[in-house]
Design a protein around this ligand. Structure first.
Ligand SMILES: Nc1ncnc2c1ncn2[C@@H]1O[C@H](COP(=O)(O)OP(=O)(O)O)[C@@H](O)[C@H]1O
Ligand SMILES: [Mg+2]
Length: 239
């Protein structure tokens, strides 16, 4: 039986989609059967970051409305063993999707895959409720900015209210040279803000941005500190 892990954030642009793609690729490299599911309905990006945008025929909404079965909507990423994308809907009405629909879909995926990483919505609204229903764990993605930390903490509290006890946060876009100079929040301040523990950091690097635009997970390049950041997070989260 697999596990569903939601990636959430209080602010857009902190790196949820980047994190989903690269953690997924890292875990698939370690032999896990992984699905990356995009629940940013109408605002999907995961397909672009994986370079699979021309292969999306069916999406989450098609599966839920019965247009196709889940197998048909899964796109296999040929660069990584057992990495799959289930894309979000882009150009159509998705108002009919409920938390119960999403939960049923999660349970179906859990039968055949080890890890389902959900690229979730920004903020604490109804979309979070929909995406979080039935997840086993949640990871709040933040950057070393007071704004992202405060909003991230709000999301964490909301997830706790929804009964998700297994939660942690990760810090993306870290510039280590700024720590200890009192110019950005340091790791100690972050630990004071959050009631959960930190699962790791990902450094800021323009190659992440380039890789996203070129359509490949940056961890494809193995001998880099970004790949090591993700390896460490993978180990901390999954042993
Ligand atoms: N560690 C990083 N270093 C440099 N750029 C990054 C990093 N993580 C994300 N980015 C860039 O930041 C922007 C927002 O990332 P994205 O994953 O789309 O955020 P979100 O899904 O939270 O809105 C993108 O341009 C992405 O390429
Ligand atoms: Mg995103």
């Amino acid at each position: 039986m697999g596990e569903v892990i939601l990636l959430a954030s209080g602010k857009g642009g902190v790196g949820k989609t980047t994190f989903t793609a690269n953690l997924g690729a890292t875990l698939a490299l370690r032999g896990a059967r992984v699905v990356l599911m995009d629940l940013n309905m109408g605002l999907r990006n995961l397909d672009i970051y994986l370079g699979l945008e021309n292969e999306v025929l069916f999406d989450v909404e098609d599966v839920i409305s019965g247009v196709c079965n889940v197998r048909k909507a899964l796109i296999r990423d040929h660069r990584f063993p057992e990495l799959h994308l289930l894309s979000g809907a882009q150009y159509k009405e998705v108002a009919g999707i409920t938390p119960a629909h999403i939960k049923v879909l999660f349970n179906k995926l859990k039968e055949n895959f080890d890890i389902i990483l959900v690229d979730g919505p920004v903020g604490v609204g109804d979309n979070l409720k929909m995406s979080a229903s039935g997840v086993d764990r949640a990871i709040v993605v933040v950057t070393p900015d007071y704004s992202a930390l405060r909003n991230g903490d709000m999301v964490d509290r909301k997830l706790q209210d929804m009964g998700i006890d297994s939660r942690c946060y990760v810090v993306n876009m870290v510039k280590p040279e700024l720590f200890g100079r009192n110019v950005v929040p340091d790791l100690g301040e972050m630990a004071d803000i959050f009631r959960t523990s930190m699962a790791g950091i990902v450094q800021y690097d323009e190659n992440v941005n380039i890789a996203n635009n070129q359509g490949y997970p940056v961890v494809c390049k193995r001998d880099t500190y970004i790949a090591r950041n993700f390896d460490m997070i993978g180990k901390r989260l999954f042993g």
